[in-house]
Design a binder for this molecule. Structure first.
Ligand SMILES: Nc1ncnc2c1ncn2[C@@H]1O[C@@H]2COP(=O)(O)O[C@H]2[C@H]1O
Ligand SMILES: [Zn+2]
Length: 877
């Protein structure tokens, strides 16, 4: 690391950073890594030993495993089930697979992060151990179930399908609004299987495995809940679920994963409540994005009109209880009984809380009501209107007969009327200003009148007020839309999602669902061309601190030219995951449920092509020292959708093309980005990948840690040594630390959490002793992907050399600070006091770097400080 002058530390985030570092260095324990490792290992091992208990706490495992709970848990389970032996799997590749998957989750998502994946995987594991299932399940099914569970939300952007559709996200377009996220998750999972080399080892089983993983993940689409539930009920009623039949087992595994996915309400209260808070945190965050984008706010995402308790009561009632009741009816096991009991008691707690809230609200309304109600408002109370309905969680299939015709592509005038296929209600009172309390006097749930957002051409609503209803809105409402709007009043998702739901394929319904792209004056980033539009979206995508910093350094907002998953992406993973998804743009048979054969075949064709590594240009394969899944095939000129991958067709690897193009001068890049925004559409770019990021140096920058797959021992020749990015030693210094120091407190939590252990399970596949060699390969931050499998010879070969570079471990305490914290919103950049500091960092970076401008660094952030900033922070403090 360079030695820069030491500025004053003013930002709150960095002050905390400094304090923590200080404290760490005073602890003798930290200096003796062997002791620390032992304690850490002991704790993790204790949790893993009890990971068949329903009281499993994924948060605790995440803490003691130092942010690596996912590979730790999954490798343990693979080992425990004997899958490593059975399939002769190289444990290094398996570790890499789960590390890739773990890194593919966005740690900035409050809920859809790797802890959720670990939680669902553990739940799935518990279900696999159920007597009825374990008697018949095959090793391949176990493996598919575990991989399906762990990858079921891979690369989740933290917003739902509705949001992606509304904002015309390229994934929505790619998957034609159908199971958008789930399709992306499973494609990403296949990418990880390929990249880790596990797919190669499973060659004889690969088709079957991928098919199963795909079906499992696609089944988790919450919009398909009714479809699965009805089928499940029918099977139970008719007693036709003989699990000796593979198809039935397949179906029950789908149901099991669906249960696992929404099992948090059936966990012990402390754990369950935590999940509830996190998922609502994410909903509300989406609501905030919607508000900032001037989009209709999804009802369960509108923090001002709903509450965690309300959401929970609705979710428990409409989604969880129906599914778990059937599951219990089928299983009739100790575990299913236990889950139903917990569900019941948790539900009561939320109901109590909701009642208390309602009582409080009523109290407030009574005291505030009189002076606040305007003449326009009906003097009735909002009361239960704001409670949730089933359509908040599961969009109903739209009634075919009465379905309103989609609007024609609007003119600008019509945009003044409405912007989405979102209901507009005539009786909406005009809410111009006021606090949340004031809104409560409105008769209707706020979610309705909040939908009355003005088009971008009108003034943007402030956080304080509401836009008045336009006359056009009223006339539309009076022209027969009201009934339907009332029907859908809770599900702003409904009208959009239903268009893309399996109930209505785009073939059945030739009308394309209305999307933000069609309706909004502000287009998606990929297609926007005006400065105003760019600024507007940028202002949402970037925090105030960033904007201030950008202003300080005089940058423009034009750097955002490509469409991206919202919120801002993690660069490195997108390169790889999109290599799994871009190929889909090549396939006319985009894989959707119900089209499994075609999509599966097409994907396998692609995969076969991707395996043909001899096509990979030598500089790519040598420099990176691992095989990039070469299934992302773009046309050589990068200006049209990727060529359809068919056997025998000549392929061109976009990685190579892009690298060549990307290393040309900045002017050309700018030009290219502008072109992309003007015409090329979403298929010409890999997902979320700024062309500049495709350089090898960029690969090293994600998340403050060296990518597992990078050959740290052999610095990449493509990596700029200075000025343009990080050196190999920088990367090594940025590698994650291994052990959180605050582990002692979790021992107690763990004991408490796991006090209610379910009975032990034995399945047909003999579990392997976990204490044999497990710790040899579960050290975090040291995933030995570049070592040969024979590297597992002694514990100390693995546990002591966490940097993989043979250097002594002094100074690792500093590195520990840089590990990401999964499961929460990263602090720092939004911190007001961090503004100056960030600007200063950027200025420093500007001086240091000639290859990259500070604004390009800012453009790369993912909701946390860009790694370059942390790097400088390290050197200056
Ligand atoms: N406790 C909860 N409260 C409300 N919604 C939930 C809860 N748990 C899960 N969900 C939703 O159910 C969905 C299941 O699929 P996902 O994990 O993709 O996203 C999940 C959330 O949107
Ligand atoms: Zn999930």
């Amino acid at each position: 690391m360079g030695s820069s002058p030491t500025p004053q530390c003013s930002g709150k985030f960095l002050t905390m950073h400094k304090r923590r570092r200080k404290r760490l260095t005073t602890r003798s324990l930290v200096q003796d890594h062997a002791i620390l490792d032992d304690i850490h290992h002991g704790l993790v091992q204790r949790i893993l030993d009890r990971c068949s208990a329903w009281a499993f706490n994924a948060f605790t495992l995440e803490t003691v495993a130092g942010g690596r709970s996912l590979p730790v848990l999954c490798v343990h389970l693979f080992h425990w089930y004997g899958l490593l032996d059975h399939f002769q799997l190289d444990v290094v590749r398996v570790w890499k697979l789960f590390t890739l998957i773990e890194e593919g989750y966005h740690s900035t998502n409050p809920y859809h992060n790797s802890i959720h994946a670990a939680d669902v995987t553990q739940a799935m594991h518990c279900f696999l151990l159920e007597e009825k299932i374990r008697k018949h399940i095959t090793p391949l099914e176990i493996m598919a179930s575990l991989i399906g569970a762990v990858a079921h939300d891979l690369d989740h952007p933290g917003v739902n399908q509705h949001f992606l559709i509304t904002t015309s996200n390229h994934l929505a377009i790619l998957y034609q609004n159908m199971s958008v996220l789930e399709n992306h998750h499973w494609r990403s999972a296949v990418g990880c299987l390929l990249e880790s080399g596990v797919a190669e080892q499973l060659r004889p089983y690969r088709d079957e495995l991928e098919q199963q993983i795909r079906d499992l993940i696609l089944a988790t689409d919450i919009n398909r809940q009714q479809e699965f539930l009805s089928k499940f009920k029918k099977h139970i009623d008719e007693g036709t679920l003989d699990l000796r039949v593979p198809e039935n087992r397949h179906f029950i595994l789908q149901i099991a994963l669906k249960c696992a996915d929404i099992s948090n309400p059936t966990r012990p209260w402390d754990i369950s409540r935590k999940w509830s808070l996190k998922v609502c945190d994410e909903f509300f965050r989406q609501g905030e994005f919607e508000r900032q984008l001037n989009l209709p706010i999804t009802s369960i995402c509108d923090q001002q009109s709903t509450s965690v308790a309300k959401i929970q009561v609705g979710f428990f009632r409409f989604v969880v209880t129906p599914l778990f009741s059937e599951w219990h009816r089928f299983m009739k096991s100790t575990l299913s009984t236990h889950m139903i009991q917990l569900l019941d008691s948790n539900r009561k707690r939320w109901e109590d809380q909701e009642k208390n809230e309602q009582a409080e609200e009523t109290q407030t309304e009574l005291s505030d009501a009189e002076p606040e109600i305007s003449e326009d408002e009906e003097p009735t109370k909002r009361s239960s209107d704001a409670s949730t309905s089933i359509h908040d969680f599961i969009p109903a299939p739209p009634p075919k007969e009465n379905r309103r015709q989609s609007l024609a592509v609007p003119t600008l005038e019509s945009l003044g009327v409405r912007r989405h296929s979102v209901p507009v209600h005539m009786d909406i009172p005009v809410m111009t200003t006021g606090s949340p309390q004031k809104h409560q006097h409105c008769q209707l749930p706020r979610t309705i009148y909040r939908r009355e957002s003005l088009p971008a051409t009108a003034s943007i609503r402030t956080s304080q007020g509401r836009s008045p209803v336009s006359p056009q809105t009223e006339s539309r409402a009076s022209s027969g839309l009201r009934e339907e709007d009332e029907l859908l009043h809770f599900g702003s998702q409904s009208s959009v999602i239903s268009s893309g739901s399996p109930y209505h394929s785009s073939e059945e319904n030739p009308e394309r669902p209305l999307s933000a792209e069609n309706l909004l004056p502000e287009p998606s980033i990929a297609s926007m061309s005006s400065n105003a539009a760019i600024s507007r979206l940028t202002s949402v995508l970037q925090s105030a601190a960033e904007r201030a910093a950008q202003a300080t350094i005089g940058s423009t907002t034009k750097c955002l030219t490509r469409q991206q998953t919202f919120p801002p992406p993690q660069p490195y993973m997108r390169v790889r995951y999109m290599s799994a998804t871009v190929e889909m743009t090549t396939c006319p048979e985009t894989p959707h449920e119900g089209d499994s054969r075609t999509s599966s075949i097409s994907s396998h064709e692609n995969i076969s092509a991707s395996d043909n590594t001899q096509q990979c240009p030598p500089q790519v394969s040598q420099a990176q020292n691992y095989t990039i899944p070469a299934i992302a095939v773009l046309s050589p000129n990068n200006s049209r959708p990727p060529d359809l991958l068919l056997p025998g067709e000549p392929k061109t690897f976009c990685n190579n093309n892009k690298r060549e193009t990307d290393t040309t001068n900045g002017e050309k890049e700018k030009e290219k980005r502008v072109k992309l925004s003007e015409s090329s559409g979403p298929f010409c770019e890999k997902e979320n990948v700024d062309p500049r990021r495709l350089q090898a140096s960029s690969l090293a920058r994600r998340r403050g840690s060296a990518p597992v797959a990078l050959p740290l021992t052999k610095p990449d020749e493509n990596m700029p040594a200075a000025g343009g990015g990080l050196t190999a030693s920088d990367i090594q210094a940025l590698r994650r630390g291994s052990v959180p120091i605050e582990i002692a407190g979790h021992i107690r939590n763990f004991e408490e959490d796991n006090g209610n252990e379910s009975s032990g399970h034995i399945i047909n596949i003999t579990p392997v002793e976990t204490n044999r060699t497990f710790w040899q390969y579960q050290r975090r931050g040291s995933a030995p992907v570049d070592l040969p499998p024979s590297g597992f010879t002694s514990r100390y070969e693995f546990t002591r050399h966490t940097s993989l570079n043979g250097k002594a471990c002094r100074g690792r305490s500093k590195k520990m600070l840089r590990r990401r914290s999964s499961g929460g919103i990263d602090p720092g950049i939004a911190d007001v006091s961090g503004t100056d500091l960030l600007a200063r960092f950027c200025a420093q970076l500007h001086r240091r770097s000639t290859a990259e401008s500070p604004d390009s660094l800012l453009a790369r952030r993912r909701g946390s400080l860009p790694i370059e900033v942390l790097t400088v922070g390290h050197s200056v403090f």
